[in-house]
Design a protein around this ligand. Structure first.
Ligand code: SF4
Length: 311
């Protein structure tokens, strides 16, 4: 087993260890290769670079060669071994550093310009539609029922069967469970200055090595299960004892449930795939360059009035 911190290895050392199929673990705890696990150069490169970026961000010293090699996330004026990096971070127009959640990534996946308008230049007017307000009221009522068994309002009475079913599973039941990581995947509070990745799980039941992850949905029913899978990935990173993730969407308009079940390995793969997009998002944030992707969603985009690419 290689005992050296991953970020302290040169890329050549990583390659040599990979060729020899030594047990190699990134600083974030990801098994890069071993006698039983193939070395994948592309994945290893991504993890190694992420490790270096994290190390620099935290003010750890890294070898000179690695400092030169990196440049994905770390602003140029960060000092490798110092604590001066905070003031040199690229901040948005509200003075906040880069952070992300499922919805921020979804905005970025839709269009870089839309994402930037909402989260970097902060020019989008924060308007709550009637549907959003209604969704928030329903979420709150369901949260209070899960937490304190408070009666549901008449228009949500049908949803009591779902709340009861989650209670009946046994194990640890939580409503509005927040998971927030700093860059090193250390859990921090939701509003911590170094909060980097956030997820909120509407209902979480943990029993043995299984987690049931529930998301209340008040909008139109869809087949997409990405959000619940990303919630599973957050949980997998938080708690190594969970091996099975059962994701459920409860569609309040249609009074029905859909979902997906994934293993720990699948949840970790979701995380790794997400990190590839995250790398791109951070690079756009750092360079302040966001690519427009016109689509049928332009009509709902807050940047549309000033966007030359609007469809
Ligand atoms: S109007 Fe369309 S292309 Fe322009 S920023 Fe919005 S979504 Fe992107």
């Amino acid at each position: 087993m290689n005992q050296k911190p991953f970020y302290a290895m040169s890329w050549e050392e990583v390659l040599r260890a990979g060729e020899a199929r030594q047990t190699l673990v990134s600083s974030g705890g990801y098994l890069v290769c071993s006698r039983d696990r193939m070395f994948n150069e592309k994945d290893a490169m991504y993890l190694w670079r992420a490790d270096i970026d994290n190390a620099l961000f935290k003010g750890f010293d890294v070898p000179e060669a690695n400092v030169k090699f990196t440049g994905t996330v770390v602003p140029k004026n960060i000092v490798a071994a110092g604590k001066e990096e905070k003031k040199s971070l690229v901040l948005n127009r509200k003075g906040k550093p880069f952070s992300w959640s499922f919805s921020a990534k979804a905005d970025y996946d839709t269009c870089g310009g839309m994402y930037a308008c909402k989260r970097f230049f902060c020019t989008a007017v924060d308007q709550q539609s009637e549907a959003m307000r209604d969704g928030n009221i329903k979420h709150k009522a369901l949260e209070l029922n899960i937490k304190d068994q408070k009666p549901l309002p008449a228009n949500l009475a049908f949803a009591l069967k779902y709340c009861d079913a989650f209670r009946k599973i046994g194990g640890k039941l939580e409503a509005e469970r927040e998971i927030t990581f700093d860059r090193g995947l250390k859990p921090v509070s939701w509003f911590a200055k170094d909060a980097w990745g956030r997820c909120k799980i509407d209902v979480l039941v943990r029993k043995g090595d299984t987690a049931v992850i529930v998301d209340w949905k008040s909008g139109k029913q869809k087949d997409d299960v990405e959000q619940v899978k990303l919630n599973a990935a957050f949980l997998a990173k938080l708690d190594p004892s969970i091996n099975r993730f059962i994701g459920k969407y409860v569609w309040l308009k249609n009074d029905c449930v859909s979902g997906v079940e994934i293993s720990r390995d699948e949840a970790l793969e979701v995380w790794d795939r997400t990190m590839i997009t995250l790398d791109e998002m951070e690079e756009c944030w750092r360079t302040e360059e966001f690519r427009n992707r016109p689509s049928g969603l332009c009509g709902w985009c807050p940047a549309a009035p000033d966007c030359p690419d609007r469809r």
